[in-house]
Write a protein that binds this ligand. Structure first.
Ligand code: SF4
Length: 444
């Protein structure tokens, strides 16, 4: 451990202890990810009315630009550690997989038809996530993109992005995707360390992943990837090697996550005996990943993504730019202004599409207070909260005391030029706690 990192770690620990004298692991276990509004209170709209409500919200929204997100819920096989909403491609799933690009196309038509406002707006990005979007094939992605081009306004600055496992990529696939217009790729690398890759069920050795990333970078792609803290046997020296090798290969962004336990991946935790992980070690690794990425010249883009160069990560950063989000596909979330909506799980979604509607689960509109809170939430999640919105929404005294508290806890620092702020690794780890610190009662 270098002195520089040791000092950072001690400062971060001191920040936490300033307000809390419980043992460190107890404090650290309070980490939680931000929850969307629909998970905090019941949705209020549903059924056939909902499509019209979302369209009305889209027509009224003041946002100048919007993003498109499409969810593909299939993977070749399920990786035991993953808690994404996806299904393994068993033979019985083959027919529905073949239908899925058509479902997405149908949705594009449903949203684009009779929607002149949306058709005129600038489209910032089209992002395919999952699951593994390439399970619908390059042809499937091409069909959906063509349909989006037919209904919405793409221009040369619209970014086409996709997430993928490395095993679904090869030179031909990358070249074909680029021909369609894709330029940003998020590769689920997890780690390059082969024993760990084998333990988590990755099919390719790290060397092969690096070769594919190098090829993509040399071909002009913007490539980002993940660091997942808490993988079995993952050590600080592995993080050190991963960040160095991936950076040298040309990666321009790292999303830093912690392995999250859910009912979908509980068996994996049981199998590896990590149901009760060493939370302090995980926190130290989380800190280390941030620190290393900074040393390699990456800067915080949003609270859990470090980037440099061309990596805008437009889909995940869209709220910071005040853009709306039109979403397609099962469980995909979207929003226009203060109206939020969510698609149903797969069977219900498919039934909806077959019946000529977009398979929505429900929607809800933020109250005035929720809308103001969401404004502040966006600031925090951007990784660079500015005081002005807090001053105008909470009043100068509350805003000042909130920022002072965050700085004292080591969640936040003022940038060297004094012009901005930046979340520290503690702020990222305790992102939900930062949001909980916002005094809702002070919202005017
Ligand atoms: S890690 Fe990627 S490939 Fe594996 S199940 Fe999750 S989404 Fe699918």
């Amino acid at each position: 451990m270098t002195t520089d990192f040791k000092t950072r770690l001690e400062q971060q620990e001191a920040g936490l202890r300033r307000f809390d004298d419980r043992p460190l692991p107890e404090i650290l276990r309070e980490r939680a990810m931000p929850r969307p509004l629909w998970a905090r209170r019941p949705m209020t709209s549903s059924g056939s009315e909902l499509l019209n409500e979302v369209k009305a919200a889209a027509a009224l929204s003041p946002a100048e630009a919007f993003c498109i997100y499409a969810h593909v819920p299939y993977c070749r096989t399920r990786c035991g550690y993953c808690d994404c909403y996806s299904f393994p491609l068993t033979p019985s799933r083959a027919p529905e997989l073949a239908d899925y690009p058509g479902y997405l196309e149908q949705e594009v038509c449903l949203w684009g038809r009779d929607n002149p406002t949306l058709r005129k707006k600038r489209l910032s990005t089209v992002h395919f996530g999952g699951g593994t979007p390439l399970t619908i094939g390059v042809d499937g992605l091409c069909r959906v993109v063509d349909r989006i081009r037919e209904y919405f306004k793409l221009n040369e600055s619209t970014e086409l992005a996709l997430e993928s496992t490395s095993s679904d990529l090869n030179e031909k696939v990358l070249d074909d995707l680029m021909q369609i217009g894709f330029t940003r790729l998020h590769v689920g690398t997890q780690t390059l360390c082969d024993p760990i890759r084998r333990a988590i069920g990755r099919r390719e050795p790290g060397k092969q992943v690096l070769e594919k990333i190098r090829y993509a970078v040399e071909s002009g792609w913007t490539v980002s990837t993940d660091i997942i803290i808490g993988l079995p046997h993952y050590q600080e020296e592995d993080i050190l090697a991963d960040v160095a090798e991936l950076t040298a290969a040309g990666v321009e962004g790292f999303s830093i996550y912690e392995l999250v336990r859910s009912p979908r991946n509980r068996a994996f935790f049981e199998h590896h005996g990590i149901l009760d992980p060493d939370i302090t070690a995980m926190w130290r690794q989380y800190q280390y990943a941030f620190w290393l990425a900074e040393k390699h010249g990456f800067r915080l883009k949003i609270y859990n993504h470090m980037a440099k160069g061309r990596d805008d990560n437009r889909y995940f950063t869209s709220p910071s730019r005040g853009e709306d989000l039109l979403s397609f596909g099962t469980i995909a979330d979207g929003y226009f202004g203060d109206f939020l909506y969510r698609h149903a799980e797969l069977d219900e979604y498919r039934a909806g599409i077959v019946n000529g509607n977009p398979g929505l689960l429900g929607g809800l509109k933020r109250t005035d207070a929720e809308s103001l809170y969401a404004r502040l939430e966006r600031e925090v999640r951007s990784g660079h909260p500015l005081p002005e919105p807090f001053v105008s929404i909470l009043g100068p005294e509350s805003a000042l005391s909130l920022f002072q508290r965050w700085i004292a806890k080591g969640f936040l620092r003022v940038t060297d030029d004094g012009e901005s702020t930046q979340l520290l690794a503690n702020g990222s780890w305790f992102i939900q706690q930062m949001l909980d610190d916002i005094p809702i009662n002070a919202i005017k």
